[in-house]
Design a protein around this ligand. Structure first.
Ligand code: ADP
Ligand code: MG
Length: 254
């Protein structure tokens, strides 16, 4: 969507709206009163110590996890137990995990065309053309006929990103996409993510790559013990953190 599509008076669309959302794992209160609005085209980085609920939060956004109270509205669709809503949201939200999660017995191209063919009913030929388009975008079209096991970790993660893009998502969620990679492969994945951000994709990224946060994030959100403790533009977040917990965290990772 270009700027001219929206009348100047219209409020910016919320891609994701979370209001007073709570989640428990059994008796364990893992997410507490989460309020978060992500505008269309916005890039958010979520940081915070291990166990603070970052993965759980983004998994709630495409209903890989269920919340128990409050609201989550994704692109206008409220997440409830209605399976049609869940399907709709999953088709609009792509997710990239730490451990790639590619199908090892399928080629790169087949990994990318599987869901478009079987879920979207896209004709094979068209799905393959689209897959090649996105494999070129992540700069590995030459690997299309290899199996994931023949690729480096960085290449596999770029396939995972291309595979998500093949479903034409409106929002992309990343859960520590570089933390399983050897250092020399981190940059190629981050570069792919930066290009995606520059293309206007709405992105929510759990990552501790603070260079990435500073390069592309509109806001950084810091979580601790199931709460959003602080959110700010990167510059202020890094140079002038408001809370003691953020300060402590930054002193450990920077
Ligand atoms: P983060 O991604 O910030 O490391 P998680 O969202 O993975 O945090 O986990 C938050 C807390 O919830 C942790 O204490 C974790 O042990 C717990 N947890 C995560 N998944 C489950 C689960 N399926 N069942 C019970 N507890 C869980
Ligand atoms: Mg996690």
């Amino acid at each position: 969507m270009t700027v001219t599509d929206t009348p100047a008076s219209a409020p910016a669309t919320a891609a994701i709206r979370i209001e007073r959302m709570n989640k428990w794992y059994g008796a364990f209160h893992v997410l507490r009163d989460i309020d978060l609005t992500v505008r269309t085209g916005e890039r958010i980085v979520i940081a915070g110590p291990s166990g603070s609920g970052k993965s759980t939060l983004i998994r709630c956004i495409n209903r890989l996890e269920e919340h128990q109270s409050g609201r989550i509205v994704v692109d206008g669709t409220e997440l409830t137990n209605d399976l049609r809503n869940i399907d709709k949201v999953r088709s609009e939200v792509g997710m990239v995990f730490q451990h790639f999660n590619l199908f090892p017995h399928l080629t790169v191209l087949e990994n990318c065309t599987l869901a478009p063919i079987w879920v979207r009913r896209t004709p094979r030929r068209e799905a393959e053309e689209s897959a090649m388009h996105f494999l070129r975008q992540v700069r590995i079209p030459d690997q299309a006929h290899k199996y994931p096991g023949q690729l480096s970790g960085g290449q596999q993660q770029r396939v995972a990103i291309a595979r998500s893009l093949c479903m034409r998502p409106r929002i992309m969620l990343f859960d520590e996409p570089t933390s399983a990679l050897d250092p020399e492969m981190i940059k190629e994945v981050l570069d792919t993510m930066i290009e995606l951000a520059e293309g206007g994709m709405t992105m929510l990224c759990v990552t501790h790559e603070m260079g990435f946060a500073q390069a592309v994030a509109d806001r950084v959100i810091f979580m601790d013990q199931g709460q959003i403790v602080e959110e700010n533009v990167p510059e202020a977040f890094f140079n002038n953190p408001k809370s003691e917990r953020t300060r402590l965290f930054l002193s450990q990772i920077l």
